[in-house]
Design a protein around this ligand. Structure first.
Ligand SMILES: [Zn+2]
Ligand SMILES: [Zn+2]
Length: 71
């Protein structure tokens, strides 16, 4: 039992590891991940369209950012 709450980790496009938080896409309602230490660094769902999705043509599906900074 550690004292620190452990968040899941993801590897970015440069190979570095980051703890990630779950966020909700404002465009379609799907979940994506953002780095805990850099909220512009995101992992979008791409083809993983969730059943609750309101816009399958949202950019998080059609042009996903995977382990890179958005923008
Ligand atoms: Zn979206
Ligand atoms: Zn979606």
């Amino acid at each position: 039992m550690g004292k620190v709450l452990t968040l899941p980790e993801r590897q970015d496009a440069q190979g570095g590891w980051h703890q990630v938080l779950r966020e909700v896409c404002y465009g379609c309602g799907c979940r994506y991940l953002s780095a805990e230490d850099d909220h512009d660094l995101v992992w979008e769902p791409g083809r993983e369209v969730q059943s609750s999705c309101t816009d399958e043509l949202c950019e998080c599906h059609t042009a996903p950012v995977i382990g890179e900074r958005r923008g």
